[in-house]
Structure formats: C-alpha cells, structure tokens
Design a protein around this ligand. Structure first.
Ligand SMILES: [Zn+2]
Length: 292
C-alpha cells in the first residue's frame, strides 16, 4: 500500500504538493503457527506485540522518509536543500561517514514491509544458559523468529521493558529475517595491504565459541580448532562494538543488524539510545534496554 507523499511528510513537519509516493511502513509478525510457552497471559503477550509493532512502524516510517530525503538532492519543495542536508547528516550519524545512502534507502523500504514468521514465543531464558541476556533470535536457515521470556519481562537489568525496548528487538530481528542480510558479529583481515571488515556467519561464530570454551576449560586445541578462533572479533551491538564498527567499516554498516534499530531510534527521538561510557568494560544496562 502506498501513502500520499504529503501525508507522509506531515510526519516530519513539512507539507508538499507532490504526486510522489513512499511506501507505508508495515512491519508484521505472522503468529498464526507460533508455539507459545506458558508463563505470561496471552492478552499480555498480544499487547506487547501490538504496542511494539506500532512503535516499530512509527520508527520505520521515519526512517523511510529520512532515507528518501538523504538521497534526494534537489526537490522543488526543499528550498536550499535543507531537508536533504538534515537527513543525510542523520544517516552519517548512524551509519558513519562512508554510509551507502542509496542502498540504505532501498533496504529500509524492504525492511519496513517485511512479515516475520514467529516460530516460538516466550521461550524461558533460564532453561537455556546460552540464551542469557537474549531477547530474540532468528534461525538463519528458516528465517523464523524465536522470542524469549526476557522480551516479555517487566524489567531487564533493572530497566523497564517498554514498547520502545521491544520495538528495538523487532526492528533488529526483522533485519535478520529478511534474507539474513544483517550480521551481529564482525572480524577483519588484511587484504591487498588493507584491513577489511568481514561479517561473521553463525557456523563460524559457533566454531569460535566452541574453541574458546575448550581453552577456558584448560584443554589444548588442535591446529584446526586454533584456526577457528576469530581475531579480532567484535559485535555490532549498540552497547558493545557499534562505535568502532561505525568508524572503521562505515560503508558496510547497513549489514549490521543493530544499525537499523539505532537508525529508528535516532530518527524518531532525535537522539541516540543511552551511550555506554568509552572506558566502561561492561555495558550499562540502560544502554542495553532502550527507552525514551
Ligand atoms: Zn542480531
């Protein structure tokens, strides 16, 4: 479905007479075959999703509009190119100096109209030690979403879980669910004398963690296991390696999952989520759970 451009623009404070149309943000969850684990009343689960989707779509609409202006250098309604400059600068804030603005504009429209199939919901975090601190995951083979009980919790890390925190999870996961074109983990290697950033896929990441665990147990690694260790390795999460990646691999930041959630938040609230101090070794829970 398309919206009249003038209507879309009223959202960011400008009304133009134009026939141009932009897609309407319509991220959806397909919960028709979802297995829901006990523990949270169905009405509450439904309300969490309804509120989070509404918030996510508001953020996505803002992103669609922002990316459009960032790629539109001259428009009769944009006197002096003010809108273009403002939103291009926003894209650079989020994705870095070398952001691929054209690609970001195309991708946000796809992301905003994705339907994500939810395989399981309210999976108890405490049952799976490896799921500690995980709200959700997308299985890379089926592209289906698995939501954990922390997503529905009242609080995490002492911070209240709100529609904003849950919308962050949905936008992040939707970016994985659509043809898995985003990653959470990154490495780098030298190519033609230059350091190049490399996304790390799930099998490689699993081999890395398995080798690390063996090392932690004090066991000796085989040469093959040694080769599985990724160095450097950083995540692209806002509360972790985001700043480093934005500085060193800006041209690939559209392939980082959290970039899309950061973009949505930055666009709608005109600020970034709470920042972790550069010297803090551990993420501040406030920077993990996003609120207004
Ligand atoms: Zn992710």
């Amino acid at each position: 479905m398309l919206l009249r451009f003038a209507f879309v623009l009223s959202f960011i404070g400008v009304v133009l007479c134009s026939n141009l149309t932009l897609p309407e943000a319509n991220l959806r969850l397909d919960r028709s075959k979802t297995q829901v684990c006990d523990g949270v009343p169905t009405a509450k689960i439904n309300k969490h999703h309804e509120d989070a989707l509404k918030e996510a779509n508001t953020q996505l609409q803002c992103m669609i509009n922002a990316a459009y202006w960032a790629t539109t250098k001259s428009h009769p309604g944009d006197k002096g190119g003010k809108m273009h400059k403002k939103y291009l600068s926003m894209i650079h804030d989020v994705f870095g100096k070398e952001a691929n603005v054209e690609l970001i504009n195309k991708r946000v429209q796809t992301l905003a109209t994705t339907t994500v199939v939810v395989a399981e919901d309210n999976i108890p975090n405490e049952k799976y030690p490896k799921a500690k601190g995980t709200y959700a995951t997308v299985y890379d083979v089926t592209r289906e979403l698995y939501l954990f009980s922390d997503y529905h919790a009242e609080k995490n890390g002492g911070q209240p879980m709100t529609k904003v925190s849950r919308a962050r999870v949905l936008i992040h996961e939707a970016s994985h669910a659509y043809e898995k074109w985003t990653y959470d983990w990154w490495s780098a290697k030298v190519q033609n004398g230059k350091m190049r950033s490399m996304p790390v896929n799930t099998p490689a990441l699993n081999l890395h963690w398995a080798a690390k665990e063996k090392l932690d147990r004090g066991e000796k690694l085989t040469p093959e296991e040694k080769s599985h260790i990724l160095n450097p390795l950083t995540s692209g999460y806002w509360h972790d390696g985001y700043e480093t990646l934005r500085e060193y691999m800006s041209e690939m930041m559209h392939d980082n999952a959290d970039s899309w959630a950061v973009f949505g938040y930055r666009c709608l609230y005109d600020k970034f989520p709470v920042a972790r101090g550069p010297r803090d070794k551990k993420a501040d829970p406030k920077s993990v759970v996003w609120n207004k």
